[in-house]
Write a protein that binds this ligand. Structure first.
Ligand code: FAD
Ligand code: SF4
Length: 476
């Protein structure tokens, strides 16, 4: 019997000094040899709890087995592994990089009980990256495309984030004529405007978008549904509609000084840098001025992305969080990288007031010091209460990353769609809204969630749309 290797095979990472020079990807991923060593650690459990932990139920031992079985022929190994992954997930290069695996597939991994869980995310990423580098994904796509039977029905997709893109890909593979309407000038949703390139390089997303185009999906950018075209107009011209508009409106606290210059929502800050390339001003039109001291408020993935971005722009960065270390919601890898890159953390601080200078620019933040009780709230988190003590931290810039909600525009212009008080769209178990033929998924129906859940919804909605259109065709 082979000895169990308890520790993970580490993935190479870029040196810290090099990271802070720009926006190059930090984690460099496995080589075939390293991926194979990690794959050898998998126990091939049956039943496999990791599959249950994955929101889209990828056959994880199945794809790992394909890597191991064909170790003498890397191309064959990766092609077969990719086929297994594609059965449930068409964007593995993205999910392999951004999924919170430690809370999903890797959490119940049996290897975690005797040592470290299998590095499922990095293996998934390896398969996707190697397939792309070697043209294996293109080969598979070219095998799929000629088999697609074109259908006459047309489907409109609103929003080109992971939910919309997945729904579009699945419908196009089934032969439907699909058009995506995207408000921004670039498709990708949060994947391009929110998550920075040091975590998810833009060319990874562009390659995925090329695949969609090859499947025949039409992409209309700078197209705001509710303004450029209405939902009713879409319904006159399309047989079904999918809404994947996300939850892109930032939540801002109603505190004194919130309108001072130098206070950004994380969305604006990250969009300026990621999408508008503000770090290269004046070569690009959008400027960003952040000064020497930046305070980021919040401790989710968005907060880590904003903090690490500010470090790359040369600032000292403090993350101020109203709860404790154990309540951080960001992926563990992002927190570790943020610390390595010199971001410091201040816990149990809740903002009370933003203090400005004589020019109306923020110069400090006043915080209430908090403390945790033993009692838990409805989400199982320790309750926190003010201590009565306050503290003031200086700042040239403040970035607020305390959450997002759905767009008001959508609520105003699609008033017929039923939504809850926060604008989160209501759907049935098939992801259909109250309007027949209009489906929705992703953050638009969940509030802020994750990439893989948005993709899972896109896939589920595509299946429901297909059933809906087939039923409609049979009734006419
Ligand atoms: C900074 C940041 C970091 C994150 N990090 C992670 C992470 O590491 N891991 C993870 O799993 N999740 C992460 N998330 C969450 C994740 O990105 C989202 O849950 C996911 O992108 C939701 O996908 P979606 O397709 O529903 O919406 P989105 O990605 O928000 O895409 C919606 C798209 O719809 C478009 N749109 C909106 N309104 C209209 C309209 N009226 N007409 C036309 N188009 C419209 C928008 O422009 C956008 O392109 C992060 C989020 C942020 C903001
Ligand atoms: S639970 Fe872990 S060890 Fe078992 S099959 Fe899944 S990845 Fe492999």
């Amino acid at each position: 019997m082979m000895a169990i290797i308890k520790e993970r095979i580490p993935t190479p990472e870029r040196l810290i000094e090099e990271r802070l020079q720009g926006f190059m990807e930090v984690n460099l991923g496995y080589t075939f040899e390293l991926a194979l060593q990690e794959a050898q650690r998998c126990l091939q459990c049956n039943p496999a709890p990791c599959i249950q932990g994955c929101p889209v139920h990828i056959d994880i031992p199945g794809f790992i087995k394909k890597l191991r079985e064909n170790k003498e022929d890397p191309k064959k190994a990766v092609k077969e592994a990719l086929e297994v992954i594609w059965a449930c997930n068409t964007l593995p290069a993205i999910t392999g990089r951004v999924c919170p695996q430690e809370d999903q597939c890797e959490a119940p991994c049996v290897m975690g009980k005797v040592g470290e869980p299998i590095n499922i995310g990095k293996l998934e990423r390896f398969v996707a990256d190697y397939a792309r580098e070697q043209g294996i994904d293109e080969e598979l796509l070219q095998e799929i495309i000629p088999k697609i039977e074109k259908k006459k029905e047309k489907v409109a997709i609103i929003g080109a984030g992971p939910a919309g893109l997945t729904c579009a890909a699945e419908l196009a593979k089934d032969g439907y004529q699909v058009t995506i309407f995207e408000a921004l000038h670039k498709p990708g949703g949060v994947l391009v405007y929110g998550i920075p390139e040091f975590r998810l390089p833009n060319d990874t997303i562009e390659k995925e978008l090329e695949k969609l185009k090859k499947l025949g999906v039409e992409m209309k950018t700078d197209y705001i549904v509710g303004r450029t075209v209405t939902l009713d107009e879409l319904l006159e011209n399309y047989d079904a509609v999918f809404i994947g508009t996300g939850a892109g409106t930032p939540k801002l606290p109603s505190l004194p000084g919130i309108n001072l210059n130098g206070i950004y929502s994380a969305n604006e800050f990250l969009t300026r840098v990621n999408l508008m390339k503000a770090y290269a001003f004046p070569e690009y039109d959008t400027p960003i001025k952040i000064g020497k001291k930046v305070i980021v408020i919040g401790a989710g993935n968005t907060a880590m992305d904003a903090a690490r971005t500010a470090r790359r722009l040369g600032a000292e960065v403090v993350i101020a969080y109203r709860r404790g270390k154990e309540d951080i919601t960001a992926r563990i890898e992002e927190v570790e990288h943020a610390k390595e890159e010199g971001v410091t953390f201040e816990f149990f601080l809740s903002p009370m007031e933003f203090i400005g200078d004589e020019n109306g620019r923020v110069k400090a933040v006043k915080f209430m010091k908090m403390k945790a009780l033993e009692e838990r709230d409805s989400k199982g988190k320790r309750k926190i209460v003010p201590t009565g003590d306050t503290t003031v931290l200086e700042a040239d810039t403040v970035v607020i990353a305390i959450g997002k909600t759905t767009s008001k525009l959508l609520r105003m212009t699609m008033a017929k769609i039923e939504a809850d008080e926060y604008g989160v769209i209501k759907v049935d178990e098939k992801l259909m809204t109250n309007i027949p033929g209009v489906f929705a998924g992703g953050d638009a129906i969940r509030g802020e969630a994750t990439v893989i859940l948005a993709m899972g919804d896109g896939r589920k909605a595509a299946k429901s749309i297909k059933e809906y259109l087939e039923k409609k065709a049979n009734n006419t």
